[in-house]
Write a protein that binds this ligand. Structure first.
Ligand SMILES: [Mg+2]
Length: 373
């Protein structure tokens, strides 16, 4: 017998979307892109007098996709049936495939639904998902190639020497990946700042050709680079595998994945040492759990890309989880927008299992300073 309305719990009454543009605190660039602001799309879902919140980092156009394609199929659905909602969203976008911005849209809604469910049940999101661990390891992430060495020093010192975070990541790819001396100097500067005992990660954002990437790693072999993210474009998995076979640093990618099959192809390509998942892009918490299972079946750990406060609860619930990116821009925005953000001191976050839902409260008046729609 199927569950009737009486046993299905409250239904989704409203789904609202708001958009924001938050200027960066300095010009920022990596090997293939430069920016001076960040778009935020916030979703709030209401059922039974309770509101759940989720978000993604995306252009305002994402809000239109949510309003036009997702909100109509969510309204009236049982709020506790999050997997059913996820299936309904995927089916609803069949004619405008979910790869790309629709994946971001689905992620924001899915995360809001999980938050809502936890709040409706009077528990924390991390308790609802079920903890594998109490603490979620993080790494500081920034080191933009547009920074001066003084800016780099201030940022890395804050993470390493003040907050005692034992892992940091910097951008590389000066000159679009063609200026090897500048990259070598940048990596050496970072090592000088952080000292010998902190793990140093670099992110190429796909700026290099495979042999350029290998030459760079050989030029800094004495520095100790633990992680080389997107040495080449994530679209070129054979080249990624070639780099992986030639260097000692872990090769990582996955930040652009918005559907399960992209992640499955990346895992099967034997091109990675660690699969990155962005919970604000991949399809939300529902998809994260599925992607992590695919990675586990390939013997891979997963690392959370960006949106640290959105990812922390599900990271705590993921067995093959390695660490979460404490990304400068998103940390700043999440602290601007929310009460209840987490303390990174010591290099880990401890999601609050005593607070309802994701533990966050939107400070509407503060966020509205950046609101665009
Ligand atoms: Mg990256």
């Amino acid at each position: 017998m199927s569950a009737g309305p009486a046993s299905a719990g409250p239904v989704i009454e409203t789904l609202s979307v708001s958009t924001y543009t938050v200027p960066t605190d300095a010009p920022e660039a990596d090997g293939t892109f430069a920016w001076d602001s960040t778009g935020v799309v916030v979703v709030q879902v209401n059922a039974g007098g309770t509101t759940g919140i989720g978000w993604t980092y995306a252009p305002a156009a994402c809000a239109g996709l949510i309003t036009e394609q997702l909100e109509p199929v969510m309204r009236g659905r049982p709020a506790l049936d999050v997997p059913g909602c996820a299936v309904a969203m995927t089916k609803a976008v069949r004619n405008s495939p979910r790869i790309g911005l629709l994946g971001y849209a689905i992620s924001a809604v899915d995360c809001a639904l999980w938050d809502l469910k936890a709040r409706l049940l009077g528990t924390s999101l991390v308790s609802l998902l079920g903890r594998v661990r109490d603490d979620v390891e993080i790494y500081g992430s920034g080191g933009f190639v547009s920074y001066s060495v003084d800016q780099l020093r201030a940022q890395l010192s804050g993470w390493v020497h003040e907050q005692r975070i034992p892992r940091v990541k910097i951008k590389i790819g000066h000159g679009g990946g063609t200026d090897l001396p500048a990259d070598v100097a940048w990596i050496r500067s970072a090592r000088d700042i952080i000292g010998p005992d902190v793990e140093l990660y670099v992110d190429g954002n796909g700026a290099y050709q495979p042999k350029q990437a290998v030459r760079l790693m050989r030029a800094v072999d004495d520095v100790g680079v633990h992680w080389f993210e997107e040495p080449v474009s994530s679209d070129h998995l054979a080249a990624m595998r070639e780099v992986r076979g030639a260097i000692t640093a872990d090769v990582a990618a996955g930040e652009y994945g918005t559907d399960l099959f992209t992640f499955a192809r990346m895992c099967a390509a034997d091109a990675l040492d660690c699969l990155q998942i962005d919970v604000s892009r991949c399809g939300g918490i529902t998809a994260w759990l599925r992607v992590a299972a695919v990675a586990a079946a390939h013997g891979l750990q997963v690392s959370g890309h960006c949106a640290p406060h959105l990812a922390a609860p599900v990271a705590a619930a993921t067995e093959n989880f390695r660490h979460l990116e404490w990304f400068h821009d998103h940390v700043r925005i999440e602290n601007l927008f929310f009460d209840g953000t987490l303390d990174p001191t010591g290099g880990f976050l401890t999601p609050d299992f005593t607070a309802p839902g994701n533990g966050l409260t939107l400070r509407t008046a503060d966020a509205d300073r950046y609101r665009t729609g």
